[in-house]
Design a protein around this ligand. Structure first.
Ligand SMILES: *Cc1c(COP(=O)(O)O)cnc(C)c1O
Length: 373
């Protein structure tokens, strides 16, 4: 069994993909050009935002977003304790100070009830993550940001086409960032990313920053962060299928829900009211996760832990001297979470096999438990 079988997706679009890749090679149009422009146009159209600036990857997109919003040394930026490190490392790289906030007990996203306790006179913005494809509580977040005059960046690396109150994730904040890393819900065949915004000043500045401050007029010092034409061409072939793939992810998640609710020891991922989750990952919670994971591994069922620690507890943040009590929810989750295989082309039989293996584990585990008791 595969956790995410990218080859199946390739095979389903093989003719179109091979043709577009061949045409990029034949025309030697490797940087910039029509495929990149087309992708920026198509992606902003799909989301209903004014501007899309393509770049090298989702991490660069976050860095560019933060520089665009003018992060200065000493500025504090609040973000979630539970994410991939791109979300927080780019705050530091842009010159800011990372202020971690704990997460919600049910939804794994930043806990809006705990944001305001971290706001000081130095706070400039909030970076929210729609983790695993579940939208963060954007209504509350935007309220808090308005009240305290803060900017908001949405890290949508896992949340292509996720919806909150009928509105796409990535259309609430000042800037949103996307990753098209191969395993993401919309994936290239290498690294790629973009940022989107409705504000032209931000779009102009981010584009300058990502292109050396502007080719041959270098208004500022920038960086070199471009989406390859090859990747853009591939993404243009895949983009029209994103809605159908997203629907399949939701159906598979619902199927898992139905199969797994019979197992009382497991917590399936709940969907926030009024939201459309896009299930980049289907993450269950379980006690004794390591034993469960080993059981699944023995049955050749691959799983992942996204992520093994809350961000403040990696060596990279030892300087912040955090203790477990600072982020009780994120810490607890890091010990319970387990990502199960899920991708649009996933066969029904795989989900059934996963569920059977989980059920078998708990029936034998509870027997053992009873014996000990
Ligand atoms: C994947 C990911 C990123 C980074 O994207 P890359 O394209 O790999 O640089 C950022 N944030 C989150 C939450 C991610 O999952």
């Amino acid at each position: 069994m595969q956790f995410n079988d990218l080859h199946r997706q390739y095979l389903s679009l093989k003719d179109e993909l091979d043709k577009t890749i061949q045409s990029v090679i034949s025309n030697s149009e490797f940087i910039g050009g029509k495929h990149v422009e087309e992708f920026e146009y198509n992606f902003s159209n799909l989301l209903g935002v004014k501007h899309c600036i393509s770049c090298g990857n989702g991490t660069d997109a976050l860095y560019l977003a933060m520089r665009t919003l003018g992060v200065q040394p000493g500025d504090e930026v609040i973000t979630t304790a539970h994410s991939w490190i791109s979300t927080s490392e780019t705050i530091t790289q842009a010159g800011g100070k990372v202020i971690f906030c704990d997460t919600e007990p049910d939804y794994f996203c930043i806990d809006t009830k705990k944001i305001e306790q971290h706001i000081t006179s130095q706070t400039k913005g909030i970076v929210v993550v729609h983790l695993y494809g579940q939208p963060a509580d954007m209504k509350r977040i935007i309220e808090i940001a308005r009240r305290h005059n803060l900017w908001v960046i949405e890290d949508c690396a896992q949340a292509h086409l996720a919806e909150y109150d009928g509105q796409y994730a990535g259309t609430f904040g000042d800037i949103a960032t996307f990753s098209f890393y191969p395993g993401k819900n919309l994936g290239a065949m290498g690294d790629a990313g973009c940022l989107v915004t409705n504000q032209s000043e931000y779009a102009d500045y981010a584009r300058l920053l990502a292109r050396h401050g502007g080719k041959n007029f270098h208004k500022i010092e920038g960086i070199n962060s471009r989406m390859d034409s090859l990747q853009a061409a591939i993404l243009n072939v895949k983009l029209p299928h994103l809605k159908a793939w997203t629907k399949l992810r939701r159906q598979h998640a619902a199927h898992y829900d139905a199969l797994l609710t019979k197992i009382p020891d497991l917590v399936c991922p709940p969907v926030r009211e009024g939201c459309q989750h896009v299930f980049h990952l289907y993450v269950i919670r379980a006690d004794n996760r390591e034993m469960l994971r080993a059981h699944l591994k023995a049955a050749e069922i691959p799983t992942l832990i996204n992520y093994p620690k809350a961000l403040p507890f990696y060596p990279a943040y030892a300087r912040l001297n955090h203790i477990r009590e600072d982020f009780p929810v994120a810490c607890k989750h890091s010990e319970e979470i387990l990502s199960l295989p899920l991708y649009p082309e996933m066969p029904v039989s795989d989900r059934v096999q996963v569920a059977q293996s989980l059920a078998a584990y708990y029936s034998s585990a509870s027997n053992t438990h009873k014996l000990v008791a």
